[in-house]
Design a protein around this ligand. Structure first.
Ligand code: CMP
Length: 140
């Protein structure tokens, strides 16, 4: 177990339904600390680049349009084993497969409108954090 930082996004379906506080409470009660956070409107360029790894997937264009459709909250979360812990708390990408008690089971509307994004590895967490935050914006 090591102290880690991971990257998180509260997606447009979550901000639209005013769920920011409820989802953050789940992170905090599970030992994740919000060490950086900002509410932004992503540009198409940003969303396209952020999800560039999915460029060849059939859902890519729709995913980009969805991510720019409303405000999102980008976050850096810190804690023991934060990358895996955050993924466990989020649950499976498709809410239909998400375990009871997970954020996606509780709040997500569909595989696209799945309320939260989380980094899938420590390496990607570092890249994704750097994509949205400068060092001085992260206060541990
Ligand atoms: P996220 O964890 O943000 O990473 C990529 C996103 O693509 C994922 O959550 C889903 O919201 C979305 N996604 C993955 N698979 C599909 C799919 N089959 N159809 C639509 N969106 C998808």
């Amino acid at each position: 177990m090591t102290m880690q930082r991971t990257f998180s996004i509260l997606k447009p379906d979550a901000t639209e339904r005013n769920l920011t506080g409820k989802i953050n409470a789940v992170f905090e009660s599970n030992g994740l600390r919000i060490v950086a956070q900002k509410r932004i409107r992503m540009s198409r360029l940003q969303a396209g680049a952020f999800y560039g790894v999915h460029k060849e997937r059939p859902f890519y264009q729709e995913l980009v349009e969805y991510m720019v459709s409303g405000p999102v909250v980008v976050q850096v979360l810190e804690g023991e084993n934060a990358v895996q812990k955050h993924r466990d708390i989020m649950g499976a990408t498709n809410p239909a497969n998400a375990a009871p008690g997970t954020i996606r089971k509780e709040f997500a509307e569909s595989i696209e409108r799945n309320s939260v994004h989380g980094s899938d590895s420590l390496e990607n967490a570092e890249t994704e954090i750097r994509f949205f935050f400068s060092g001085t914006e992260i206060v541990g």
